[in-house]
Design a protein around this ligand. Structure first.
Ligand code: MG
Length: 377
């Protein structure tokens, strides 16, 4: 079996006639007719060109040699984005498509090729940003979810010193901590609760907040400081009993090595459709496992990539929860064709279908395009 072509689709999902969500898909074709589909996230407008440039390198290769195809491209890109960033994200989309293809070619679900499953129901947590916490907590529980996340940071807080300074003033700290306590009280003690700070604070501010939130029994506090300095993060993690979670802007195993060796975080959240793909993230989760660190992937992607993520989450023991961003988006399930709903009772339910187990709903995606536009290029 040989790879013959790779195409990309830039899907723009409309809500009430206006473009709202944008998803980036990759399809790998073979000389035996079987194809695989992947998705990447957090890429810029150069993603399409980069993906097609990368694709040229693996035309003629056996797509079932997923890791070798990945490494062939990554090593060639060391001088131009092979370490981190949008280059790795483009490569990630190809990697996921290769896994879908490898599964279909061998008539097994992808998790079988990743070592088999520890579970087939993958627990989701609902990213709820700044929504009304009480109402959202009731809605998510009614629909079977057991974990939720809210944003706590406020870049435009009226008590901030200025927009560039990352310290926290006494009034700002008090209002953020009061807000966190109100959230916990409002949602009750049973839901697992995470709060996100988006790396908007300095080390002292991050430490003050993590310590002040200790009574709330958080599932985690996310990114109290920006992701570049592991030692500064480590200072916070060691200073508090609040679990600290980071990793949505780190790439590849190499990006997590320092973090894990220093145990500078209590939980890690690689973005599987951005930071290297299914094989790489399984390895990252395995690295975390030897420090007894749970794996709770970041995810802002469509249903296709969320299902791809679920295969990795199924294949590692230390999985905690997978992010779900589109709680009230009626188009989320429509993007794919699947056997039954992708999300059932707050979980992605994996099937025994070969490959990822879902296919893009191309009629739906094509209907979102402008007249005369085609989906795949
Ligand atoms: Mg975050």
């Amino acid at each position: 079996m040989k790879i013959t072509d790779i195409k990309t689709a830039d899907a723009r999902i409309k809500i009430d006639g206006h473009p709202r969500y944008r998803y980036h898909y990759v399809r790998v074709y073979t000389d035996e007719g079987v194809y695989g589909t992947g998705e990447t996230s957090h890429v810029d407008s150069g993603w399409r060109d980069t993906t097609h440039d990368m694709a040229r390198m693996i035309i003629g290769q056996d797509p079932r040699d997923v890791d070798a195809c990945f490494e062939l491209i990554r090593r060639a890109y060391i001088f131009r984005g092979g370490l981190a960033g949008a280059g790795i994200s483009a490569l990630t989309g190809i990697e996921i498509a290769l896994w879908d293809l490898a599964g279909k070619a061998q008539s097994v679900p992808v998790y079988r090729l990743l070592g088999g499953k520890f579970r087939h129901r993958i627990r989701l947590y609902v990213d709820s940003a700044h929504t009304d916490y009480q109402q959202r907590a009731e809605e998510v529980q009614e629909r079977g979810f057991t974990a939720i996340k809210f944003d706590l940071d406020d870049a435009n807080h009226p008590h901030k010193l200025d927009r560039w300074n990352w310290s926290v003033t006494p009034d700002e700290l008090k209002s953020l901590v009061d807000q966190a306590f109100a959230i916990r009280q409002g949602i009750g003690s049973s839901l697992d609760l995470a709060l996100d700070l988006h790396g908007r604070y300095d080390a002292t501010a991050g430490m003050k907040m993590a310590q002040a939130l200790e009574p709330l029994n958080l599932m985690w506090l996310e990114e109290p400081v920006p992701p570049e300095n592991i030692d500064a993060l480590n200072k916070i993690t060691q200073s508090t009993s609040t679990p600290i979670c980071v990793g949505e802007n780190l790439y590849l195993r190499y990006g997590f090595r320092d973090l894990l060796e220093k145990q500078a975080a209590d939980i890690i959240m690689p973005d599987i459709s951005k930071c290297g793909g299914l094989s790489e993230c399984r390895k990252i989760a395995n690295m975390a496992e030897i420090y007894y660190i749970p794996f709770a992937p970041h995810n802002n992607s469509s249903a296709l990539s969320t299902v791809a993520d679920a295969h990795v989450c199924a294949s590692v023991p230390n999985f905690l929860a997978l992010e779900f961003h589109r709680f009230n988006d009626p188009t989320w399930e429509q993007v794919v064709d699947s056997d039954g709903a992708v999300i059932q009772d707050g979980h992605v339910v994996l099937t025994d279908k070969p490959g990822l187990g879902v296919e893009l709903n191309e009629d739906f995606l094509s209907a979102q395009l402008e007249a005369g536009e085609s989906l795949w290029h």
